[in-house]
Design a binder for this molecule. Structure first.
Ligand code: TYD
Length: 210
């Protein structure tokens, strides 16, 4: 029997305003130009069902405030749909996937500084995705002050974009703790020039794929 090569998942992470979307667009163009077949997806979302859950999570109705645990459950419901229907089959078929946000977003946004929520997250997540982690995570690091400057220039803000400095400082702290404890996470300074940053990202991805 032929040995199937396992696929690869690369995730992009960072607080809102870190320039993640711009860098994902640049790597997408580059890989396309070089005829590399890569599947691009995002969280929450990535499948019809998970995108529906995304709409609930990112509702701009100010009256809607999910309890912290409900929010985690919805994020994990979306993740399970995405994982089961798109990521797992793609990984089994040897595909390369680039995912805009994944597990580290939930840990950084929903669980930083709250051990009870962290435990809750791991308990539910474990049987769903069986400790699946990305092969490489590109973390775009930026100070919340700079990130908010960028966000405030945006027309289409999402629900989390309206959070304040202390919220983003806490999320950044969470990301930094994750980066310290996981060698798969490569932290890059998001204030670097756009093309220099893109070059660094290309190198990281090519080193992984070669
Ligand atoms: P993103 O797609 O990066 O935002 P945008 O709409 O600006 O492109 O992410 C949507 C929001 O979802 C973002 O503010 C972070 C949040 N989020 C969490 O809080 N936890 C999670 O687990 C994930 C995947 C996203």
């Amino acid at each position: 029997m032929q040995n199937r090569v396992r696929g690869t998942l690369i995730s992009f992470e960072g607080i809102d305003g870190s320039g993640k979307s711009t860098q994902i667009e640049l790597i997408k163009k580059y890989l396309h130009k070089n005829k590399k077949k890569v599947l691009f997806t995002r969280e929450p979302g990535g499948t019809l069902e998970a995108e529906l859950i995304r709409k609930l999570l990112l509702s701009k109705n100010k009256k809607i405030k999910f309890d912290n645990k409900t929010e985690i459950l919805l994020l994990l419901a979306a993740r399970y749909e995405h994982y089961k229907k798109l990521i797992e089959p793609a990984i089994t078929n040897g595909k390369i996937i680039i995912c805009d946000r994944f597990i580290d977003s939930t840990l950084a946004y929903q669980c930083t500084g709250n051990n009870e929520l962290k435990e809750f997250y791991f308990q539910i997540s474990k049987p769903l995705i069986n400790n699946f982690v990305p092969d490489l995570t590109i973390l775009l690091d930026i100070s919340p002050t700079k990130a908010l400057e960028r966000i405030n220039k945006r027309k289409n803000k999402n629900k989390y974009d309206n959070k304040n400095l202390s919220f983003f400082s806490n999320v950044r702290k969470g990301y930094n703790e994750l980066a310290k404890n996981n060698s798969r996470i490569q932290k890059l300074n998001a204030l670097n020039d756009k093309s220099i940053l893109a070059e660094k990202i290309r190198k990281l991805i090519f080193n992984l794929l070669k």
